[in-house]
Structures are given as structure tokens and as C-alpha cells.
Ligand binder design. Sequence first.
Ligand code: UDX
Length: 437
Amino acid sequence: MSIKISVIGTGYLGATHATCMSSLGFEVVGVDVDPKKIESLSQGIIPFYEPRLEELLQTELKSGRLTFSTDFSAIKECDVHFICVGTPQIANGIAADRTYVFAALDAIAPVIKDGSLVVGKSTVPVGTAAELRDRLLKINPKTDLAWNPEFLREGFAVEDTLNPTRLVVGVANHLAEETLRKVYSKNLADQTPWIVADLPTSELVKVSANAFLATKISFINAMAEVCEAAGGDVTVLAKAIGYDPRIGSRFLQAGIGFGGGCLPKDIRAFMARAEELGAEQALEFLREIDSINLRARSRMIDLVRRDLSEDLRGKKIAVLGAAFKPDSDDVRDSPALDIAVQIQGAGAHVTVHDPKAIHNAEARFPALNYADTIETCVADAELVLHLTEWKVYREIDPLKLLGLVANPTIIDGRNALDRELWRAAGWQFRALGRSEN
Ligand code: UDX
């Protein structure tokens, strides 16, 4: 018997998961309370930018395996129900808001058939899965709940979903593992590592992985601060330590730090949960990780101030990049936009360019100026800031921009541009963590 799947919540995670599960041959229904999302997905339009996803969505819709609905009764024939709703930071604190996961469970629990399995994929505070399982079993004792955290990166969502680095399944019951083995049989055949855990460990795997990644980035940004003070170069330092396989070279890109919808809120929610559990001391270091990260933004602004003799009023500054990282149109907690807004607040005239995120940036910060092309963005600029490392910015010919700007100075906030190339073309080139500022 083939497995039928439902996906509850069709945001970033859910839309990707539903589409990818369909591409593996499953019949999938995606459900969301937001009629706009469902309407858009049903028409083959992804309401955000993610490479490869829209094309795959259209193929899967045509196959007839993938449908979307706002009606929860559409899931009643499904065998496995993935909960993919968001857990944003609460408005008045650092904890995660669990409202949507509980609402999702309450909406599906009375509808799902006996023998079906609910699988949480959302990033939740440890203990949530057990609570949800108790709640589900009270309503329908002939069902079960497992946890299967998602590690997808924006910009690589399809690849990460279809070919994950590992699959982690938190189960309270052997039957749940058997069902998940069937869902992921293709990955198992491809030798994807399969890790079976209890519910709390599976929840912790996700937040601890993000805490580790955040720590790695803040570590190199702390080294950038020391390099600046000591006259060193953090890019050379990162390269040198990265050759040690125990350290590894990835996530050692010093710059304006991490942002987005996951790392910042996940480390904060992790601290909040540890405190509730009486383990706050264990995660005290994450407070420092968070402050190093936010300090990277201030250090960038300091460099800007220094370059413009401390007075930003009326200065024309071009900002290349608005998304929190390249290959994404996501501007949630974007370090690039945060810096642009702060500089504008100090009196500068800031013009922002981004290949994909202008629409979202404009909706959030309408007071900034936006440009459609790199050339119009930098026109007459007294200073250019490189804040999101899109490939198109690495491909800029600095000679071509030279005649457009009022003053050829660029600050690389991502340590991703070729310094020698820019200098050879006649630019003043500065960067975070490199001594020749
Ligand atoms: C992250 C995790 O990587 C992913 O596994 C999890 O499922 C969700 O959160 P994502 O938010 O898509 O994914 O972004 P990621 O690629 O991790 O980058 C996060 C931020 O760190 C970006 O702002 C990026 O610019 C920054 N970063 C990353 C650095 O500043 N330096 C680096 O070396 C790497």
C-alpha cells in the first residue's frame, strides 16, 4: 500500500517538503490556514525565492500527486502528517512561540485516521514533542507522534530535502520508526545516515546544530576583532585554521555575521528553554555568541563612520545586498538591512541593491532608497558597502564602476570580494577583520 502524506503549514519548510515528497512519488496534500499561500502554491507559484523549487512545484502539480487545500478534512485519508509550521520568537521575550504547532495539532487530531503518524518537523523547544504526543493520544489513542527535525538551508532547500546529510527520527514507539523508514526508503537506499533517538534528543539535535553553527561564525568574528586590534588578517587566519580537519573550513567566513529566520531566534529560544529547565549556565556562552554577532554590525558601522570622518549626514552610501544571505530573498533579521537602516538613521542617504530581495526589503523598510541595477545603486556614491555576498557582486568589474562613483571606496562586509582586483582598479578597499583598514 502506498503511503499518503499531508504537510501542515506551507511556508518555507512545508512548501519545500510537500513538493519534494511528491517528487519522490508520494501522493501529498499541503494544508495551510492562509488562503493566499494555498492559492499561490496551487497555481505553481512559490511566494518566496528558492532556487529549483518553483520548477519542481509545477512538475509535481502536473503529475497530479500534489494538491493544496485550506480544508483540514483533505488530510483524512493520509497516513503520515508532517507538521511544518513556524515557531517565531515571541514578541516580548527570547522564547519561541509555540502557538502554531499546538494549533496545527489541535486542527488535525480530530480528523486523522486510526493508525496514522504525526511527524513534527518544526524547530521547537525541547519537551514540546512529548507534550504534543500526550495531547494527540488523548484525542486519538490509535495514532502516534514522532519528531524528524529539518536541517535545510535557504538557497539549498530542495537539495537539502532530497539529499539530507542525515535523517534524525525521534520516536517513542518502534512502529513509528518503521513508518518513517518507508517514507525515507530512497534516502536509506542511498546510505543517508539514519539516527534513531528519543523525542527530546531529536528536538535537541536541531537546536544544538544551529547553536554550533552560530558559535562557529561568532568565533571567527571574534578573531576578526582581535585581528583588527593586532594588525592581523582574519581571512588568512580562517584559511589556515580551516585546514585542520577537526576544525574544518566552512562557516568561518568573517563579516557582518549571521541573520535570517533561524540562527538568531533558535539560539535565543534555546537559552530561554535551558533556563526553564534549570540548565541556563550550560548555555550562558550563547549570550556572548549573540552579542559578538550583533557587535559585527556595529563594527561595520564604525568603519563607515571612520571612513566618512564620523559625520554621515547627507553622505551618499551604496549598499550592495539586502537579503540575510545570498540566493535568498529573505530579509528577516538581515545584517545587511540592519546596517543600511542604522546608517540612514545617522543621516546618510542610503541606496540599496539586491538581485532578489528588494521587494521584501522595501515592504519592511520603505524609507530606504532602492535601485534596480548595481550601476544606479552606486551612482555618485561616496562609499560602497558590500553586505550580502551574491555571485553578481563578485563578478563586478571594479574598473567599470570607477567612473560612476563620487569616491572609489568599498568596504567588504562579507570578506568575499577580491581585494587585489579592486585595488588594482584604483579603489580604496577595506574589510572587517583585515588590518589594512
Ligand atoms: C540555518 C542552518 O544552516 C540550517 O541547517 C537550518 O535548518 C536553518 O538555519 P539558514 O538560515 O538558511 O540555515 O542560513 P545559513 O546558511 O546557516 O546562514 C546563516 C547566516 O550566517 C547567514 O546570515 C550567513 O550570511 C551567515 N554566515 C554563514 C556567516 O556570516 N559566515 C559564515 O561563515 C556562514
